[in-house]
Ligand binder design. Structure first.
Ligand code: NAP
Length: 333
């Protein structure tokens, strides 16, 4: 018999904590080829805040249930499902709307499974940020072991994964943050150097790396910060912008573009998920690699707090503030 389950919904865009509300939905019915999932954990990412405020690259038709990623356990399978079973813990397919207690998804979209034991919170964050870190490290320039890269917002979850993956691949990292007190986090995440952002970044990076030729800059901030990264990298190097945290346009001087051949490109996971420069098999292989690192504890992101669905407004407010880790929603408590 159908029962009522809680979900978060937004019917308009605006200040993220204002526009989210709790609704009750009947337990979704499963059809042939689909599965019913109890959602265990789902993160609040900056992209969710952008979506709620109307500024993301793809906006859903409203009303909509937020939540691009999450982890859950299958509690019922429809006719004809052969790839998964009741009890399996799975990565919920991208953009299923995970800020709710239960969801029905097509079984053939399930690509990643996890062991059913263990804390689900690190697993809940696999869909978006780990492959973004992988894309930034593996598809922009051809880095070889021993090569240097620099990134800003290095204490973000993506930043932590970039440091951990760089350690695995033997790349060296300069990690730029915007405030003091993050040296421990950077060294725990296997980062090599931690520096505070600012107009003299280039000089300080040169000193700290003994003039290393940095081939790749990874930019989540934009604005002046893009230029500070450009000041820190070698001629002919690339800047990969993947975030708009400052809300400002990327600044890059024409002297750097013309006389030093510095180039700036965007990287967006959504394009990769949709098959631009990737096949289903390649994505499966990347997710399999990242899943194993997460299970082995080689990739993890700091978590600051957990919330239940009932406290979604507080959770979203918290995610909008300065914090030391992710905010995780536990839809079933
Ligand atoms: N392009 C893609 O496909 C893609 C995929 C995933 C994520 N992203 C982007 O990656 C970025 C990081 O995401 P995340 O989930 O890893 O973030 P997160 O863990 O939630 O951390 C947020 C980070 O943003 C920093 N920050 C916030 N406002 C800032 C500002 N005005 N100037 C400079 N830094 C600021 C914070 O620094 P403090 O700690 O100092 O506040 C913190 O380092 C976001 O921009 C997100 O949208 C892009």
């Amino acid at each position: 018999m159908a029962s009522l389950k809680k979900a978060v919904q937004f019917s308009r865009t605006g200040k993220p904590s204002d526009v989210v509300e709790i609704i009750e939905l009947e337990t979704p019915e499963i059809r042939s080829g689909t599965v019913l999932i109890d959602i265990e954990a789902a993160a609040i990412n900056p992209s969710h805040l952008l979506t709620l405020s109307g500024g993301y690259g793809v906006q859903p038709d409203l009303p909509a249930i937020p939540g691009a990623e999450g982890i859950g356990k299958i509690i019922e399978v429809g006719d004809g499902v052969t790839n998964v079973n009741v009890g399996d813990r799975i990565m919920i397919p991208p953009y299923s709307g995970t800020w709710r207690q239960q969801v029905v998804v097509d079984a053939d979209k399930i690509e990643v499974t996890f062991p059913s034991e263990g804390n689900p919170m690190q697993m809940a964050m696999i869909m978006a940020n780990p492959p973004t870190a992988w894309l930034l490290l593996k598809t922009v320039v051809n880095l070889k072991p021993g090569d240097w890269l620099i990134q800003n917002a290095a204490n973000s979850a993506v930043g932590q994964y970039i440091m951990q993956l760089s350690h695995i691949y033997n790349f060296k990292t300069v990690n730029v943050v915007r405030r003091e007190g993050l040296d421990n986090l950077i060294s725990q995440s296997k980062g090599d150097i931690c520096v505070i952002d600012g107009p003299d970044l280039g000089e300080r990076v040169k000193e700290k790396t003994n003039g290393a030729k940095i081939k790749l800059a990874i930019d989540a901030v934009a604005g002046d910060s893009t230029q500070y990264l450009a000041d820190s990298i070698a001629d002919n190097a690339r800047i990969a912008n993947y975030g708009l945290l400052s809300g400002e346009p990327c600044k890059l001087s024409p002297e750097d573009i013309i006389f030093r051949n510095i180039s700036l490109n965007g990287v967006w996971l959504t394009m990769w998920l949709r098959g631009r420069n990737s096949t289903k098999d390649q994505r499966a292989s990347v997710y399999n690699e990242l899943r194993n690192y997460i299970i082995e504890g080689k990739m993890h992101a700091q978590i600051e707090a957990t919330y239940t669905l009932e406290n979604i407004k507080d959770a979203v407010e918290h995610a909008m503030r300065q914090r030391n880790g992710k905010i995780i929603i536990l839809p079933n408590g």
